[in-house]
Design a protein. Sequence first.
Length: 206
Amino acid sequence: MMDGPFLYFIVALIACLIGTIPFGPINLTVVKTTVDYNAARGTEVAVAASLIEIVQALIATCFGMIISNFLEANLLVKTAIGLVFIVLAVVIFTRKPKPKLQQDVEEKSFFMKGLVIAALNPQAVPFWIFALAAISQYFVFEYMGIHLVAFLAGVFVGKLIALYGFVVASAYLKTHLEQSSVLVNRILASVLLFIGVSQLWNAVPA
């Protein structure tokens, strides 16, 4: 029935698709990994990020406003997050891209890379707090039992579909490997730098 778990699944899937489409550190990392290595490695990052998205959505449903207020009040946390993203931006911008041999690919843990980037994303929990507030304007949802499981399943599937779309779209970039790697590096570094500076700006007392 549409008012049962399936509705929770569909609403979560659509919300996650909408939230993932704009360029951010996760989808750009998926693009970069696919371009630098291959689609399988990009998919590893996508699966890991989708699993983290489940945790972030669950946190938002259970403790959303508490965490939001804590992050808003804790300048040290906001400063630390900002500095981490600025450092990542500098590292990615200054790294010289080059084609990777198959043996090089096997040495790296792309799943772990996806977990780290997704876990560090400061936008995820606030996004789900906003999304849950928007959903509540149209649906009276109770995030419990099978309905919560269906909602989180929708989050995972929506995130994975959106990110896998970036994996597929990156196939064209691989035909111009070095040039596209430089471009993706610069875009990703710019996004990370923007997030880092924004976090530091927000940490400065008014």
